[in-house]
Write a protein that binds this ligand. Structure first.
Ligand SMILES: Cc1cc2nc3c(=O)[nH]c(=O)nc-3n(C[C@H](O)[C@H](O)[C@H](O)COP(=O)(O)OP(=O)(O)OC[C@H]3O[C@@H](n4cnc5c(N)ncnc54)[C@H](O)[C@@H]3O)c2cc1C
Ligand code: FES
Ligand code: FES
Length: 1369
């Protein structure tokens, strides 16, 4: 019992202490876990359900964010729902759920529903449909699908599509997951053989696509005749048999919900089961923290270090989960779950009829965009109200509808009108000892009342509002306003009534232009936000407030009689709604060259294990004996002197074992690291150069204690000036030494001769990797010779090994660096992972015990660096005929505080700045800015996408200035086969022009352009846009020495084959491709080939798994090993005949003492580019071959933009890629879809922001940083591989091309389609100036670029010296 809860000695002490009151409460938690009864007499009250599950070895459930934003931790909790009286299988975020909340319920985890020997149909179908790449998100996605299947006999397409709004995946691009999930939808797949039919479209080679059941044979509205049966090997789905599902344990029907009191001295949990018990607890201890769904409170505990020593779980109080439909109002129990509230609203709409039920439609709509399903399954209205967030979604509805809150304390019940409830930022009128018992929402008038609600967020699904609103007006028979409530969120520190506007409306005739104008004027007064307003986006927020009212006004007019003439017909615009997403792939693409194994669409070899939770990631490795947990202590200042670091307060805390810092290194020099410059330190010395720089690490017996210890370390700083942005760095000439240029021809002469010279700039932001698995490492010191095993989630085991050797002071031959698999890397774990691995190794060496650390999502984001933001200042010379004559550009990237790989990234930017265009004269130079931000690093594309973005920016802007359609301009300048790039490399096997033509045809590009022109002419506030974007991506590491690889193959005499190679598996299917190469080469079945892990004691001196070259490099090395083995086996093949199995061959060879192990090696031939003057002959510049080849592609996208809000959707994207002769088309399609969606995120929703006041990253988790979700992908998404061509010059393994990075830039098609739509929007308002659009095109940027009168009146300019709240670096 926490001392504070019982030792009440003050004079006003209540007669009943909490301890006495709850003395009779039960102290045993009883629940079922995967069908087995569990009774816990003592629990650690501070742990979540996720920590409990992982702690007992159920590591299938993953930790991705700890803030309810990614869904990796999804489990299902089946319970008898007190609201409905029915069993409900709730998908729940285990990372937020308190353990106490599972009493009397059935917890089902991914392990409980199947395993790879006997998978659940949901697991198996996602696996075989390639819905799992790195697999870290997969168990959570499987469990969301499982919950859907358990709750719905036959889910509809819409239900399937919406089932994943609380899950994120960073790898797959979602399409294959949706395809697999839709196979459970009887409507679409009634024919599915898995469901008892004769075969669904997916089984027959389609992709189960088409809106409203449209079959995959239908494209562009044209129904094709069914073709001959495809030879593509279909995903064979296992049948789904509901009768085999885990039953709801009969004992739980009779579970006796007793009040509980559990915990220890520091923290106690109470679980009352009646309101009376709850009120008694609150009376005895008013500060006791009520917990409903815990979706807000757990975030406060985890990220704001709030601690509550007495928490009261109210979710099992049935009385708080009831509702009543009264004649005058709907009464909703305070802790009714939001999912139930959605259904109650449906019932209310039926009950009261459309007009009177408007408030409930509004609540329902607010909930429909509220968080994800997992949050809505547990989150409550009371929790939303009590949190009093200014951007709460429900509060504006409750205020605008005149709802009344019923608050109960032991001595009284009070009614609080909602318009008096919010007092100031997060302060309410709720008395401390009271509980929110219910909320009464009045029904609307039968006529003359209009209620609507609006929300705009950065992302449509699972995102908090930037601005939301609920508006209600009552009018009399003459349409004169009797009362008005225009209530907004996101415009003030509380949910607020727009007073001036609401008052202005009263007594005005509603359908009157002056009413609209006057209200807009009044709203401007209500929301006169300053430029530097907290939260930023002053212009955007103001424009949303005005835009929402504008929408409301016109929506109401459409519902009023006789307002026809007033109605601006185009003004009442519906919100953008998505169709059911769909897509096609060309499964015939590899038929021409498919071999026994190669060229076949095999699913990822680990996919099934990933779907069942058996696949092991670093933090899933069982806890080692005597292990400690480490928590980093990070700088909170962007640039400062370290005056004092005092770890003693931490060392005094329970469970804390040690403090580790630079003094624990073998020498001061051992602190230096960083490829290639060694300009970084593992532990800060006397100065910190970025917020998030590691200073030390606290070791403790649990993760919670380590992080409490880390918070207690006292650090004194003296702040120094800091630089954040590229522009600031350029102004201050703050650069790293690196300087590179590429020159071709003579730009000056060309500029002087050409018809036009145009100048401009291109600017794009960075991108957070957001791999689902954060950085993790376990260092296990060995008893002898300083040996150490280091497991880490790294793309670079060799560099990890070498730096761990440095920091522990032993040779590399004593360090074993191992990687089983990564939950995504995308370049972010190429170098940055080494920091954590080394710190953990230093700690393990110091304390002589195993040490583990898996970074929290926020720690990962603030320590690990991102994609580089870029700025290019360009000058283009062009002739009247549209032929570009010259390009000059100065290119800068933001390297952050240390150089890391920034130099190579800017170099790749320079090499891709030509896009796909032949420019005779080029002079481009690149520099790396030194700033006080995280050290930016490799990210899929490595500067290539940035270079090509610069290219497409100058192409678009120059075309606009020439008045020429940009596609024509692109065609005029596009490279032809064998032409040379600006770095003098001939374009061999050049297929971009062919794919350009094919995509144009498949997309009906010309017709679409006409349709769009018509649409835009007739829609004032919605615009469509189109873009066709080509890509070429150079494959090879630009550092020559990295283009090598090794492999080690053992054939065991049972015929099985074990392969080790230098690459790591991070979802990209590398191990699958290499097993296929080996199986083909050794002529064995694929199932006989195995890769266990990547380790430095099997293959030494490996390059990082990066640059899209890993299959080429490691694949060839493995192949070369196979060649050796085949030579040795040849006599046995001759002797034993063609049908001899590997078992026979190996057996015979073994007894003849033949070596059945071989080491293969490969280095890429021909390449070797020399930047600048060639040392051998300085008169020659920029010589040699930079890339082994180029992977190529073309994408077309069509978007629809709501110009009043900046909301948008991608209606369709078609991609065609030339990946050579695909080793595995299923894997390649997965890479293309995943990279495209990541690219779409880069260019649209993903925006990293820094807080100006603190210099810290603000976007440090899924709550603030928005990667695309399931419903952000193109509504129609078609992908195909180039076929029917020859690759004469491609000398890679199987003549395949690397595919990991190249498709990412295809996501820019959406950006340029948005730009196209914006051009129409601006033109409509007379703005024909050239649009310079910065990436990402966030809804904010889209909206403020629209040039209409509404955004004009919302525009907020900075006052003298006023700065924005956020910084974009
Ligand atoms: C990933 C994520 C997404 C989210 N998205 C949205 C969103 O889109 N829109 C939005 O508005 N919010 C969102 N939220 C915030 C949060 O989910 C909501 O505020 C939710 O309604 C909180 O309900 P809860 O029951 O989980 O609250 P809890 O976390 O349990 O409690 C929150 C507060 O309410 C108090 N409380 C709970 N029950 C009572 C009661 N009966 N009487 C008095 N006080 C009580 C608690 O003491 C606490 O102070 C999101 C949160 C997360 C984690
Ligand atoms: S870990 Fe729980 S939602 Fe991300
Ligand atoms: S497979 Fe979804 S995050 Fe990797």
């Amino acid at each position: 019992m926490a001392p504070g809860l019982v030792e009440r000695t003050s004079a006003d002490d209540k007669p009943v202490s909490l301890a006495a009151l709850t003395a009779e409460y039960d102290d045993t938690l009883r629940f079922y876990l995967n069908g087995t009864k569990v009774e816990l007499d003592s629990i650690d009250p501070e742990i979540t359900l996720l920590e409990y599950l992982r702690g007992i070895g159920l590591t299938g459930t993953k930790l991705g964010c700890a803030e309810g934003g990614c869904g990796a931790c999804t489990v299902v909790i089946s319970q008898l729902n007190p609201t409905t009286g029915k069993i409900y299988h709730a998908s729940v975020n285990a990372c937020l759920a308190p353990l106490v909340s599972v009493d009397g319920k059935h917890v089902i985890t991914v392990e409980g529903i199947g395993n790879s020997a006997k998978p659940h149909a949901a697991q198996q179908r996602i696996a075989v449909a390639s819905g799992s790449q790195c697999g870290f998100c997969t168990p959570g996605i499987v469990m969301s699908l499982y919950a859907l299947l358990r709750n719905h006999e036959a889910p509809s397409e819409v239900e399937v599509e919406e089932a994943f709004d609380g899950n994120l995946c960073r790898c797959t691009g979602y399409r294959p997951i949706l395809d697999a999930a839709q196979s459970f939808n009887n409507k679409r797949c009634g024919k599915s053989s898995a469901n008892g039919g004769s075969g669904c479209c997916m089984e027959n080679g389609g992709s189960c696509g088409g809106p409203n059941g449209r079959s995959s044979a239908e494209t562009n509205g044209v129904v094709k005749e069914p073709g001959p049966e495809k030879k593509f090997t279909p995903p064979s789905f296992i049948p789904y048999d509901k009768s085999t599902e885990l039953i709801y344990p009969p004992a739980l029907h009779k579970h006796d919900f007793q009040p509980l009191a559990l915990g220890n001295k520091r923290k106690k949990w109470y679980r009352p089961v009646t309101v009376q018990q709850l009120l008694e607890i609150k009376n005895a201890w008013p500060q006791a923290k009520l917990i409903g769904g815990s979706t807000e409170t757990q975030i406060e505990i985890k990220f704001k270090a709030m601690s509550y020593n007495a928490s009261v779980y109210v979710g099992d109080i049935a009385e708080l989960r009831q509702y009543k439909l009264e004649p005058e109002y709907l009464e909703i129990g305070g802790n009714v779950a939001l999912t139930d509230l959605e259904n109650i609203c449906d019932e209310a709409v039926k009950h009261y009829g459309d007009a009177q039920a408007q408030p409930f439609e509004a609540v329902k709509k607010a909930i429909s965009y509220f968080a994800g399903r997992q949050i809505r399954n547990v989150g409550t209205a009371a929790g939303n109200l009590a949190t009093a967030s200014p951007i709460s979604d429900l509060n504006p509805v409750f205020v605008a509808t005149g709802s009344v809150l019923i608050a109960k304390s032991l001595d009284k019940t009070i009614e609080i009108p909602m318009n008096t409830f919010f007092k100031s930022y997060r302060v309410t009128a709720l008395p401390e000892n009271a509980t929110i018992a219910a909320i009464r929402v009045p029904v609307a008038a039968e006529q003359g009342e209009f209620i609507r609600t609006y929300k705009q967020a950065k992302r449509k699904d699972d995102d908090i509002a930037i601005v939301n609103a609920c508006m209600s007006v009552k009018v009399d028979d003459s349409l004169v306003v009797k009362s008005a409530n225009l209530v907004f969120g996101g415009m003030a520190p509380i949910t607020i009534l727009a007073k001036n506007a609401s008052e202005f409306l009263v007594a005005k005739k509603f359908p009157d232009q002056d009413t609209l104008e006057g209200t807009m004027n009044a709203l401007e007064k209500d929301f006169n936000l300053p430029f530097g307003v907290p939260g930023g986006m002053a212009t955007y927020r103001k424009s949303l407030a005005l835009g929402f009212f504008y929408k409301f006004f016109h929506e109401v007019l459409t519902n009023m009689a006789d307002t026809e003439k007033l109605l601006d017909k185009d003004a009442a615009i519906p919100e953008i709604e998505r169709e059911i997403s769909r897509g096609q792939k060309d499964h015939d693409a590899t038929l021409a060259y498919t071999q026994r194994v190669l060229g076949k669409a095999n699913p990822h070899l680990a996919a099934l294990k990933q779907c069942t939770g058996e696949a092991q990631y670093t933090d899933d490795i069982p806890v080692q004996k005597n292990e400690l947990y480490g928590c980093l202590v990070l700088s909170t200042k962007a640039h400062a002197k370290l005056l004092e670091v005092d770890a003693s307060p931490a060392l005094d805390m329970p469970g804390v074992a040690a403090w580790v810092d630079r003094h624990d290194l073998p020498s001061p020099k051992a602190n230096c690291w960083g490829a290639p410059m060694c300009d970084e330190v593992f532990f800060a010395e006397d100065e910190v150069f970025t917020a998030g720089q590691p200073i030390g690490m606290v070791l403790a017996d649990t993760a919670q204690r380590a992080s409490a210890g880390a918070r207690a370390v006292r650090i004194k700083y003296e702040e120094l000036p800091a630089i954040f942005t590229i522009e600031e760095a350029v102004e201050n000439q703050s650069f790293f030494e690196h300087y590179r240029y590429i020159k071709k021809g003579n730009v000056e002469e060309a500029f002087s001769k050409c018809d036009h010279v145009f100048e401009g700039s291109a600017r794009m932001g960075g991108q957070e990797h957001f791999y689902l698995e954060t950085n993790a490492a376990i260092a296990i010191p060995q008893p002898e010779d300083g040996e150490m095993i280091i497991w880490s989630s790294t793309q670079n085991p060799t560099e990890t090994q070498s730096y761990v050797g440095q920091v522990t002071g032993v040779q590399n031959n004593k360090i074993l660096s191992k990687v089983k698999r990564l939950g995504g890397g995308f370049g972010g774990k190429e170098t940055r992972s080494i920091q954590l691995a080394c710190i953990v190794a230093v700690a393990a060496k110091k304390i002589k015990r195993p040490v583990r650390c898996m970074l929290n999502r926020d720690e990962d984001i603030i320590t690990s660096g991102q994609r580089h933001p870029f700025l290019a200042v360009w000058k283009v010379g062009v002739n009247k005929d549209g032929k570009i004559q010259a390009l000059q550009a100065s290119v800068f990237n933001n390297g952050g505080w240390s150089q890391d790989l920034s130099a190579a990234v800017v170099d790749r930017g320079l090499s891709h700045i030509d896009g796909c265009y032949n420019i005779p004269n080029v002079s481009v130079e690149g520099r790396v800015c030194k700033t006080n931000t995280v050290s930016n690093s490799a990210f899929r594309g490595f500067g290539g996408p940035q270079g090509m973005f610069i290219a497409e920016t100058y192409m678009s802007e120059v075309a606009d200035r020439l008045g020429m359609p940009v596609d024509q301009f692109r065609e005029i300048n596009m490279y032809k086969p064998e032409e040379k790039t600006h770095f003098h490399q001939s374009l061999e096997d050049w297929h971009v022009p062919l794919m350009w033509k094919q995509v144009k045809e498949s997309f009906n590009y010309a017709e679409k352009q006409q349709e769009i022109a018509q649409f835009n002419a007739t829609h004032k506030w919605q615009k469509k846009g189109l873009a066709l974007i080509p890509t070429k991506f150079g494959i090879s590491f630009t550092a020559l020495f990295l283009n090598q690889a090794g492999a080690l193959i053992h054939i065991y005499h049972d015929g099985s084959v074990l392969v080790a190679h230098g690459g790591t598996e991070m979802g990209q299917g590398l191990h699958t491709k290499i097993c296929m190469i080996v199986a083909e080469a050794l002529n064995v079945p694929l199932c006989d080939v195995h890769i266990s892990e990547t380790a430095t004691n099997t293959v030494a001196n490996t390059s990082s798994t990066a640059a899209s070259a890993s299959s080429d490099l490691n694949g060839y090395a493995a192949y070369n090993a196979c060649v050796q083995l085949n030579e040795r086996l040849a006599p046995y093949r001759a002797k034993l005949g063609a049908d001899a199995t590997m078992h026979d061959l190996a057996h015979a060879a073994y007894f003849d003492r033949v070596n059945l192990s071989a080491n293969g090696f490969y280095k890429t031939p021909e390449i070797g580019y020399v930047w600048g003057p060639n040392p051998a002959d300085p008169s020659l510049e920029n010589t040699g071959k930079m890339f082994f080849y180029f992977t190529q592609g073309v994408a077309a996208s069509e978007v629809l933009v709501d110009t009043l809000t900046g909301d948008w959707t991608c209606l369709r994207t078609d991609i065609k890629m030339d990946v050579g002769r695909s080793i595995n088309p299923a894997i390649d399609y997965g890479q293309i879809e995943g990279a495209y969606v990541q690219g779409q995120g880069l260019f649209t929703t993903e925006e990293s922001l820094w807080q100006r006041a603190s210099g810290q990253i603000f976007t440090r988790g899924p709550g603030a940083y928005k990667i695309p979700g399931f419903r952000d992908i193109p509504q129609e998404f078609n992908v195909s591989l180039l076929k029917d061509v020859e690759w004469k010059n491609l000398r890679t393994i199987q003549r395949s091309r690397g595919v990991g990075e190249p498709p990412l830039f295809m996501g820019a098609a959406v950006f340029f389609a948005i730009r196209d739509a914006l051009k129409s929007a601006r033109k409509q308002w007379g703005d024909e100036s050239v649009l310079s659009l910065r990436s990402p095109a966030t809804p904010e940027r889209i909206r403020v670029m629209c040039s209409d009168p509404i955004v004009g009146r919302a525009r907020v300019e900075p006052r003298e010296g006023e700065k924005s709240f956020f910084i974009q670096i």
